[in-house]
Design a protein around this ligand. Structure first.
Ligand SMILES: [Ca+2]
Ligand SMILES: [Ca+2]
Length: 481
């Protein structure tokens, strides 16, 4: 039961407006690999970036926008909570409204940050920071308010005490706070807003329990429960898909996914509880879940299954334990909190990378390459049951060669073809051999690029560099490496 304001339960609502094709994943564990053989399935792995802290203290990442800017809260050595903004290089203290503490909860695509901050008199007020300064958004007439979400147009959602008591969800339209009311009970809390201005949160019902709600501009709609006593909505994407947690009859609190019609139980990582905290345009959900042993881990739900994000980290995550994921943008970047090897909680950014299976000179196991020959090298990018290479790859982003950074693309075949005969059409691209810059001694060719949704991809395959006579023997002339 969550009856009192809990700003630390609030979450990010930053959204990108660009639609993406969702990348489905497979359960996959990687230890230090940066490329895999052509036999491996296409998979998604994450690198971990430590966002730092304020003079070495604890920090927690709570929100991310389309550009990868992260907002959250850091604890100073003196014990003050401070809203921070991470812009890709440094973690910056956003200050307060004149008091000691502040806390950032959300960031929009333009880099505007909202949250709560203390005033000189010690009151807690919702704030909006535009990158230069922090502005007090006021209250609903009482002494307390917090902002928890902001969309691209600058609409802000949050909750505040009206003079009558009980806290109410509000929508701030740039000029004033509007009380969203409740589900006929005493209290309500907003946690997220999407680009269309739809707001979700929870509200007390006339029956006494609190239920997740969706506000669409007119009324609060009760989203129901998983059959138990209550539910809370934490996030909504632009398609109106909602996530949060609810109490199943079997006990505990379980993360849910609501598609606009029905609420689905996402389960846990083997323990009793889970919270679904954020959802992106592709329908990927992140949050936190208990494991069998009782520990809390960050999870990713890819539309099919719930994965422990720790099992998807590359070598940059060695020694870290990601305990909570609070926000995900449409490029799949995740704002999370992880424990350092010495146990300190630290704000981190998880950046995805797709490992693709490629076959250089398909159907020729040794992939002979003559670096001195003009002409092109065919490279097949293989689809898997969870990765549709022709549909999901941004062809113009592809680079290929000795290091993978060579701009050598000639063209990709417009008509996908099933190169390896597994029933899934593959993407076949051709690269200029000389631009690929292979040298004697190279043993692998590397392909790099991006998916249409903006996720980096990498793949490799063995190559055999063959001698390059100026005039190849007649018996080799039919080849066109
Ligand atoms: Ca090959
Ligand atoms: Ca195939």
């Amino acid at each position: 039961m969550q009856r009192s304001p809990r700003p630390d339960r609030s979450r990010a609502a930053s959204r990108s407006l660009s639609p993406i094709l969702g990348i489905l994943l497979m359960t996959f564990s990687v230890t230090g690999a940066t490329a895999v053989s052509a036999a491996s399935p296409s998979s998604l792995i994450y690198s971990l970036t430590d966002l730092g802290s304020l003079e070495g203290g604890r920090s927690y990442a709570l929100a991310i926008n389309a550009g990868g800017q992260v907002a959250g809260v850091a604890i100073t050595p003196s014990g003050y909570q401070r809203a921070f903004l991470y812009d890709g290089t440094t973690l910056r203290d956003l200050g307060t409204l004149g008091g000691s503490h502040s806390y950032a909860t959300a960031i929009n695509p333009g880099g505007q940050v909202v949250g709560w901050a203390q005033t000189p008199s010690g009151e807690t007020h919702a704030f909006l920071h535009d990158g230069a300064s922090m502005r007090d958004l006021g209250t609903l007439g009482g002494h307390w308010s917090t902002a928890v979400a902001i969309n691209a147009s600058g609409q802000v959602a949050g909750y505040a005490f009206p003079p009558t008591g009980g806290h109410h969800a509000f929508l701030y339209d740039g000029n004033a706070m509007h009380d969203l009311g409740t589900l006929e009970g005493d209290a309500s809390v907003a946690y997220a807003i999407n680009a269309g201005g739809q707001v979700v949160g929870w509200a007390d019902t006339s029956g006494g329990g609190h239920h997740a709600f969706l506000y669409d501009g007119t009324i609060l709609r009760d989203l129901g429960t998983l059959g138990g006593s209550g539910s809370i909505a934490y996030a909504i994407n632009d398609a109106g898909q909602v996530v949060g947690h609810a109490f199943p009859p079997s006990g505990g609190a379980h993360g849910f996914f609501h598609d606009g019609t029905a609420m689905r139980d996402l389960g846990t990582l083997g323990g009793n509880n889970s919270d679904a905290m954020a959802i992106n345009a592709g329908g990927h959900v992140v949050g936190r879940a208990d494991t069998v042993g009782g520990g809390q881990r960050a999870f990713l739900f890819d539309g099919t299954a719930v994965h422990d994000l720790n099992s998807l980290l590359d070598e940059s995550g060695d020694g870290w334990t990601v305990t909570e994921a609070r926000a995900i943008n449409d490029a799949g970047q995740i704002a999370a909190t992880a424990s350092t090897p010495d146990g300190t909680p630290r704000a981190v950014l998880l950046t995805p990378r797709v490992i693709v299976s490629i076959d250089i000179r398909p159907m020729r196991p040794s992939s002979p390459i003559n670096p001195r020959r003009h002409g092109r090298i065919p490279v097949a990018i293989l689809s898997s049951p969870t990765f549709d290479a022709p549909a999901q790859i941004d062809e113009n982003s592809l680079t290929f060669g000795s290091t993978g950074n060579e701009p050598s693309l000639a063209f990709c075949r417009p008509n996908p073809r099933d190169v390896n005969g597994d029933g899934s059409p593959d993407l076949l691209c051709h690269f200029y051999a000389q631009a690929a810059a292979f040298e004697h001694g190279d043993t692998q060719g590397i392909l790099k690029g991006r998916t249409i949704s903006g996720i980096s991809l990498i793949g490799s395959d063995a190559v055999r560099i063959v001698p390059g006579p100026r005039h190849p023997p007649r018996f080799l002339r039919h080849e066109r490496p």
